[in-house]
Design a protein around this ligand. Structure first.
Ligand code: SF4
Ligand code: SF4
Ligand code: FES
Length: 213
């Protein structure tokens, strides 16, 4: 067993347990977005950052295995400020018209954003000027890139559990997006309409189509 301290509480976990899961064992909640219990670790959203004594930078708790003697703080001022900035950054690239969004009140990003007292935005609102694509071609779901936080849960789900890989990550940096083969409409690729990606999407980027009037 590995022994570590989280927020000054001692905890013992099996080797290979992440800091995130060790914190859960103590009943401590660390927010996550890209992490999902069904999927491999991606470590790309960074909202799960925590402070590790002796480390120069904050660490992603979902991607860091617990180690002997580790001392972690999950809710220090440094952590809270970093988390707030990360969420603000995500929102700056996000068309956050929550009142009109299918996922309103059922959105992991919205829930997280509501935890922080946002005032003046420190990042430019980039969503307004981006040519986002909304793909309604699939008979089963709508893919709205303006709501995507690029957590890649959908990509991992499609590849790891369904073994289809109808969607993948395209481009880099600010141009990164979730795309299909040659950016074709979802109706023109190997998507099997299983809906598992929709089920794992934390925002309104992938939503089920409804045929009810
Ligand atoms: S995806 Fe979530 S945060 Fe974004 S507009 Fe919809 S409800 Fe709001
Ligand atoms: S479509 Fe949804 S699950 Fe896929 S990367 Fe975007 S936000 Fe994440
Ligand atoms: S939940 Fe840990 S990096 Fe996204």
């Amino acid at each position: 067993m590995i022994n570590l301290k989280i927020n000054d509480h001692q905890v013992s976990v099996a080797e290979g347990t992440t800091v995130l899961d060790a914190a859960k064992k103590l009943g401590l909640n660390i927010p996550t977005l890209c992490n999902h219990k069904d999927l491999c670790v991606a470590g790309n959203c960074r909202v799960c950052v925590v402070e590790m004594v002796g480390a120069r930078t904050l660490i992603a708790s979902c991607a860091m295995p617990a180690s002997e003697g580790m001392e972690i703080y999950t809710n220090s001022l440094k952590v809270r400020n970093a988390r707030k900035h990360i969420v603000e950054l995500l929102l700056s690239e996000h068309r956050a018209d929550c009142r009109k969004c299918y996922k309103n009140q059922n959105c992991e990003l919205q829930t997280l954003a509501n935890e922080f007292p946002f005032g003046e935005h420190i990042f430019l609102d980039l969503a307004e000027n981006r040519p986002y694509k909304i793909d309604r071609s699939s008979p089963s779901f709508i893919k709205d890139d303006s709501k995507c936080i690029r957590c890649q849960r959908c990509v991992r789900k499609c590849a790891e559990l369904q073994h289809v890989s109808a969607i993948a990550v395209a481009n880099k940096g600010g141009h990164q997006k979730i795309s299909s083969f040659h950016d074709r409409p979802m109706s023109a690729v190997v998507c099997t309409n299983c809906g598992q990606c929709v089920n794992r999407c934390p925002t309104g980027a992938l939503t089920e189509k409804t045929y009810i009037d």
